[in-house]
Write a protein that binds this ligand. Structure first.
Ligand code: HSE
Length: 285
């Protein structure tokens, strides 16, 4: 039997669309055992079948290693909310791949496993932090995913705002334009580059400038009930920066203030929805 723990993650961080991600200390936990059938406990009934992303990743890992799949017994403790913009699908995929690899003697290398996970998810910005931990930059190089860890100033705190409604990544991607202006492309290029330095230095003024985005958030905000009210509360509470977490609907504030989350909670007034305020430490792995 093997036990695998995988962190939540936030992707994009404003301008780093499909590129930046950061692991957050909220973990799903899984145990895997060989079996002659598929037995799943700890998931909603709708996910207890071979379409479950963890099972899909488990099977693909064995397939890539040239090993037969006969079944598995899986127990899941799911803490990352599903379809929330906090990397639940990446965590499920990484868990299945790591579980299969460990259970069968690590036939695949870390890079092979990472590439397999990224191919299932379709983009690697949540997979990279879920797999390696920390703040990551990932990209596709010649069709293969690569990821590097980026430094993050230790004073920075992440506060997630998690609403009581889901938003599918597919829907959040469907509102994005196929092409953007050169002006917007350059804007994000410069701001994402600045963000790397700003997050390393922990410089609040630089982070505030750097986390502006023109590639996805202007199109997605209308999909998120009470987005304007949440953004306003974050500003009033003194957030260094505010962004949509991944494809949403959760949002994310950056702060250095230990009292920020409580203050934000007291300022939130969202007539059409309920939002949970949760401080989540960046996770090493
Ligand atoms: N970068 C992705 C997006 C994250 O914003 O659509 C969600 O998988």
């Amino acid at each position: 039997m093997v036990t695998i723990r995988v962190p939540a993650s936030t992707a994009n961080l404003g301008p780093g669309f499909d590129s930046f991600g950061c692991a957050l200390a909220l973990y799903n936990e899984y145990t895997f055992e060989p079996s002659d059938r598929i037995e799943i406990t700890g998931c909603p009934p709708a996910f207890c079948n071979d379409q479950n992303l963890t099972v899909v990743a488990f099977k693909k890992t064995l397939n890539a290693a040239g090993l037969p799949f006969t079944g598995l017994k899986m127990t899941a403790v799911t803490r990352i909310p599903v379809s929330s913009g906090l990397g639940s699908s990446a965590a499920m995929i990484v868990a299945g791949a790591r579980g299969a690899n460990q259970l069968y003697g690590n036939p695949l290398t870390e890079q092979q496993l990472f590439a397999l996970c990224a191919s299932i998810e379709g983009h690697s910005d949540n997979i990279a932090p879920a797999f390696f931990g920390g703040l990551t930059l990932s990209l596709s190089e010649g069709g293969r995913p690569m990821a590097i860890r980026l430094p993050l100033h230790p004073d920075l705190r992440f506060v997630a705002l998690i609403p009581d409604f889901p938003l599918s990544t597919q829907k959040a991607r469907s509102v994005l334009p196929e092409a953007v202006s050169r002006e917007d492309a350059v804007f994000n290029l410069a701001h994402a580059s600045l963000l790397i330095a700003a997050l390393e230095q922990g410089d609040a003024a630089l982070i505030r400038i750097a986390m502006q985005d023109r590639l996805h958030q202007p199109y997605r905000r209308a999909l998120i009930t009470d987005f304007d009210a949440v953004e306003k509360a974050a500003a009033e509470a003194g957030a260094i920066a505010f962004c949509i977490s991944g494809a949403g609907p959760s949002c994310l504030c950056l702060t250095k203030d230990p009292a920020f989350a409580k203050r934000l909670e007291s300022l939130l007034s969202t007539p059409g929805s309920h939002w949970q305020v949760l401080e989540l430490k960046p996770a090493e792995s």
